[in-house]
Design a protein around this ligand. Sequence first.
Ligand code: PHE
Length: 338
Amino acid sequence: MEQEIEKLKKEVLNFDEKDISNLTEIRNRYLGKNGILNKLFLEFKHLSIEDKKKVGAPLNELKTIINEKLNKNQKTNRVPKFKSNIDFTLPGVDEKIGSIHPISHVTNKIIKMFREVGFGLSSGPEIEDDWHNFTALNMPESHPARDMQDTFFVSLQPDMMLRTHTSSVQVRYMESNKPPIRIISPGRVFRNEDISARSHCLFHQIEGLCVDENINFSDLKLIIKYFINNLFGKNTKIRFRPSFFPFTEPSAEVDIFWGLNSETDYRITKGTGWLEIMGCGMVDPKVLKNVNINPEKYSGYAFGMGIERIAMLLYQIDDIRLFYENDKRFLSQFKGLN
Ligand code: PHE
């Protein structure tokens, strides 16, 4: 047996490492179930203790040599031989990696800003009832202000509609939460408007609401100023212009100074240099009453802005329809935004 082991050792050591054509065969011959190595170990079992002492070491050595040699071959020399017409030297096809939609991007940015100053997030349904979209917001049936927001009603259910603004979430949140309240709610809203470069029947808003003791208009101004300076730059000029919303009193619209440097500036600011970017005001006491919050004790402010408008300003997009067409050429321009 000793001689046999010696012979096998030589055989294995002489085995040509580069030759992989019969590797499987050789592996089976030495390492297979009925292979040489197993057979030797079986024989080894029946040897006398004397012989075992002699043969043990060389047998283990043979095993190591076989494993090393054949496994080394397996790792280094296993170059698959393809029979194919594919040219592996051609450059590969790029994976197309998507990017975050500009609307989501702006929304996330704004959410982050408000979270940093203590606002939470809230959301509500897109199919809304009359109470939350209008009546509780101080727009009873046949109130002329309802006309400001042309509504898609759900057929067969005259009481249900696609929400025309995210102010409906204010009502829902105040109905189930007590002050202090500080939330923003982003979401889709719908209006029955003709689709053009400047308006669409579907768009996105972010609503803000703060209700607590002693909240006043200067708190509102502070938060709006914080937000605009963060988004558009520190020295952005802003103004509060008196306005009207049935659910806030007093109400205002916020304009930012955009300038009049180019022809586009003239067009989008209608020659004034100023651009309206949101509606806001102090929550009307009637709205607080409608949701069982005592207006003697609590007051609050609310604001609402259109995301498309802001994204169009930030990225110089001059047609709102681009947001909804999912044209890759448009979307791919927003890769790597931060
Ligand atoms: N909901 C109003 C709109 O869509 C905006 C707004 C929100 C105004 C909150 C005042 C307070 O036009």
